[in-house]
Design a protein around this ligand. Sequence first.
Ligand code: PMP
Length: 400
Amino acid sequence: MEQTPSSHPSPETELRLRLEALQAQSLYRRRRLRDGPQQPRMGIDGRPMLSFCSNDYLGLANHPEVIAALCDGARRWGVGSGAAHLVNGHSRSHQALEESLAEFSGRPRALLFSTGYMANLGIISALAGRNDWVFEDRFNHASLLDGALLSRARLCRYPHADTQALQRLIASTPARLIVTDGVFSMDGDLAPLPELAAIARASGAWLMVDDAHGLGVLGPEGRGTLEHFGLGPKEVPILMGTLGKAFGTFGAFVAGPEELIETLIQSARSYLYTTATPPALAEATLASLAIARREHWRRERLAEWIERFRTGAARLGLNLMDSPTPIQPLLAGSAEQALAWSAALESEGLLVTAIRPPTVPAGTARLRITLSATHSAEDIDRLLAALARLPLAEPTPSRP
Ligand code: PMP
């Protein structure tokens, strides 16, 4: 029977039902309105709050030297870059930043992407194709998984950090790529990189590490998870990093051999077909990279806060995950519980976002607490005191 147009629900009705279903499952997301720059104390929805949910781990997003570099850069270059890198968007500022990032990561070359999301889509889809196998940790960032889906390669998601399982899975396939977060963004733990490097070498696969949350933070020089483990380009040929977290600005890069970078310039679609980021932003990142490298106290302060928080949380008997990084999740279990905890903290003027499925697996909703070098000892203690008042009665399920 032919359907009349009126027998279809309108887009508004259909989408409203979808939104209502999310609300019913405690999975509806709400944006908050921030006043002022990224720093621990900020106005949120018109109220002063102390924030524990930024990735500005070193406190560089609002650093006067970085702001000055951005302003000077805008005066020198204007704002828009005007075109893609391969058309005429590539400026001397972009080039200088790529050279600095290559030197920082100890690799021949680096290539800027507009965002980390786009870098991961572009890198994986340029390196793997229909008949290839890509192996990814089950907890990898969404952009890494989406990159593999876009590549049309066969994707195998191995159990989180389980190198024995990976070894078994990879044994029967000609693997092209093994891809992992360096620091897992919602868990804060580190990938077992030495073991992954050994598996990659034995299987002939290329190892790619997304070190969005390790760069600037881990290792004596802030060179990230690889420096933490003492690994270099031989073990991890493809290193991706983001600039919007510890470096406090915006954008991303990949660093590796000449041939990798040239291949990406020729064929990474999210590089080719998008406008270059403003050159002034590259100037700002050059400034923040220099500060991150010279001001070791920021990493030291962060390590101190991590220790202070974990010691205090252990004393309270909180169910913390095993994380040595500024990402310190507190497992709640259900989405409702995570939301209730977040709301209880908010009522005390503390901002800690509830992370719920599909960002994390069902049953493992959590508070994602992140620490910054710009927090004070009093800030950490205030958070601990508020956590001590949370109703923690509900049993927390173990990780799947
Ligand atoms: N990789 C990881 C591990 C991330 O956490 C993020 C950001 N949340 C990205 C990639 C994406 O980076 P960007 O925000 O620059 O797109």
